[in-house]
Design a binder for this molecule. Sequence first.
Ligand SMILES: [Zn+2]
Length: 267
Amino acid sequence: MNCKCLFNLLFFTTFVILSASQYGIEYSSEPSACVSCLNNKTCLPPDCFCCRDELRLPISKRDIPQIVFFTFDDALTDSATKFYHRLFNESRKNPNGCPISMTLFVSHHDTKYNNVNHMYRKGMEIAAHSVSHAHMSNANFMKEAKNQKRNLATLGGVPENEIVGWRSPFLEPVGDMQPNTLKKLGYTYDATLTYSKRSLKDNAPTPFTLDFGWPYDCKVKPCPKRRHFGFWEVPVVSLLDYLHKYDCVYVDGCNNPPPDESSAYKF
Ligand SMILES: [Zn+2]
């Protein structure tokens, strides 16, 4: 399978916080749907969270931890599992002493489900990435999302209520049908829709609920057009390639990849 999914790293860039007075916060950099949501004041966590590119928390920037969200896609084979063991070895810990972890978006074909169970027991989040790893459409989406959740539960021993995340193969969404179907099947978030920064200095959107729709450019069509209350979207924020010329959503899918290991490390 030629999917360049393996080394996908989603960087939740440091959430830069600007001090905002209690009154008259300006949201000029946000899309208008986000501004409506933020001004509306009825969209409140945990059921609703407005799209935004800054959290605007009333605490100092220094005190906000940088969150790095690692996600990997595709079949959980023996060799992939061996590699993940090296990456997520026990010497790598969060500042609070807990081991670092990741989300695995697992597709069915070629997956060895004992590895799924093993990763789940190590504390990794197990999410779904379809059965066939085919292109999703209105015709196959329901079946793929339903059956892969079932596979992960019955073959991988992951409690069904903990399989709440979905990513479509090739990051190709199927419009409004996607959140509608996922919600029906007990998923709480999607991580398929992509966002491109215009420059490295731009902030990236934080995860948000689709209560006011998908407000950003639709990079891979069709994106949802309607509002989906309480359903979370975790945007895939593309990196700029090594020469800062083109977007790349997967680290191994850049047009201009870093030329060697040390440049990859710095990248
Ligand atoms: Zn994939």
